[in-house]
Design a protein around this ligand. Structure first.
Ligand SMILES: Cc1cc2nc3c(=O)[nH]c(=O)nc-3n(C[C@H](O)[C@H](O)[C@H](O)COP(=O)(O)OP(=O)(O)OC[C@H]3O[C@@H](n4cnc5c(N)ncnc54)[C@H](O)[C@@H]3O)c2cc1C
Length: 369
């Protein structure tokens, strides 16, 4: 038996970041079922930082994380974690209510004319959108750098990352969790469930009531844009109703129909039909003619019904801490979300920044189904 103070299940961005905080004060291990951490949702994101995107708790976490991305602690990474990229939200006819909802919760969003929008995004058709909104405060995140930064910090603080260690059983006895893997049994008084899409599966292993986590598949296609001068400087462009978006990345253009198909947790792959819809909507909105798809991928975004993340000890079960339900915002919120989770686990005061950005603890408290 190998004993730790805290065992984190899952080595994606959620597990890596919370473990890095916890390892400053406790003996911590991460148990990750795959050969490498980051294989699932963390390695499949669109890598955007958009502080006006998400439900209230996520807005608070994302806004409170901005400082970390722009000015990470010395030694965290050897390059910038965020690079500038504006976002533009387009409102075609029929999406008026979605535009009102976006404006109601947004900060620093500026309405611009369609002509001005075309200066940022020259392929936009004249008659596609009725209104356009510019968010100058967004950016591209270097997800791999952020994830590796947290894993390195964790190891420097004495933490152990154990890959190919799938948790197969969980039993709470005499104040200790016994955690079964193929490589033996681990024990700790506290487990952190950072298993992403598998959050409810892991809870059930330990007899803990699920929180109603629903993984939803999203597919992303990558198309060439070599004929478009300056395409790499285009903003991220999305419609306010979230039926498509596109974003330059590494010399190509990512496109998605923003699909959110409920699925069981699995090694996700792209849905060809969803990608075709995304391309069709892109061609309706722009003068781009897409002749081929270079590649595609799929990933899971996991939500509980109210859309907020679930962060806190399970009601009625000692020592079981939830850190799931980050939906489509788990990277951009990770610095503040992990710091908050660590303070709750260690019974410390919440970070001032999340309170300043309006976090309500009741929004993120685990509720069993
Ligand atoms: C297409 C797409 C686009 C996205 N775009 C963005 C974006 O632009 N910005 C943003 O902030 N977010 C985005 N997201 C969301 C973001 O990727 C997720 O919120 C985030 O990666 C979730 O991190 P996680 O650590 O909870 O999950 P994961 O990265 O999935 O990690 C969970 C880990 O738990 C492990 N695990 C599961 N069960 C067990 C077990 N029994 N034993 C041991 N290990 C286990 C898994 O192997 C996995 O590595 C996007 C997601 C997708 C799919």
């Amino acid at each position: 038996m190998k004993s730790f103070d805290i065992i984190v299940i899952g080595g994606g961005i959620a597990g890596a970041s919370v473990a890095a905080h916890l390892a400053a004060e406790r003996r911590v291990a991460i148990l990750e079922m795959e050969e490498r951490p980051g294989y699932h949702s963390t390695g499949r994101s669109a890598a955007s930082f958009e502080p006006n995107y998400g439900p209230p708790a996520m807005l608070a976490f994302t806004r409170a994380s901005e400082h970390f991305f722009r000015q990470p602690p010395k030694g965290f990474a050897d390059a910038a974690l965020i690079s500038e990229r504006d976002s533009i939200f387009l409102m075609p006819e029929g999406q008026e209510e979605a535009a009102e909802r976006l404006l109601a919760k947004s900060d620093k969003l500026a309405e611009i004319s369609i002509r001005a929008t075309q200066e940022f995004f020259p392929v936009l058709r004249n008659n596609y959108a009725q209104r356009a909104f510019l968010d100058p405060n967004t950016g591209d995140l270097d997800v791999d750098l952020i994830h590796r930064g947290y894993l390195r910090l964790f190891k420097e603080r004495g933490g152990s990352v154990l890959t190919s260690h799938q948790v197969k059983g969980l039993l709470y006895r005499s104040g200790q969790w016994q955690i079964a893997t193929e490589h033996g049994i681990f024990t700790s008084p506290i487990v952190v469930n950072a298993a992403g899409a598998w959050g409810d599966v892991v809870a059930k292993l330990g007899g803990v009531k699920p929180v109603g986590l629903q993984p939803k598949r999203r597919s992303i296609g990558v198309i060439p844009v070599e004929h478009e001068e300056d395409a790499m400087n285009w903003p991220m462009v999305t419609d306010v109703g979230e039926t498509w978006y596109c974003k330059p990345q590494s010399g190509k253009l990512m496109v998605s129909s923003a699909d959110a198909t409920p699925v069981d947790p699995h090694d996700a792959y792209a849905d060809d039909m969803a990608i075709a819809e995304g391309i069709e909507r892109l061609m309706t909105a722009t003068t781009l003619e897409v002749e081929r798809l270079e590649h595609s991928w799929g990933g899971l975004r996991s939500f509980v019904p109210d859309g907020n993340p679930v962060v806190g000890f399970a009601p009625g079960q000692e020592g079981f801490f939830w850190l799931v339900g980050q939906g489509g915002y788990g990277i951009q919120s990770s610095p503040a979300l992990s710091e908050t989770a660590a303070t709750l686990i260690l019974d410390k005061p919440l970070p001032v920044s999340v309170i300043a950005h309006g976090l309500e603890l009741s929004d993120i408290a685990p509720r069993t189904t």
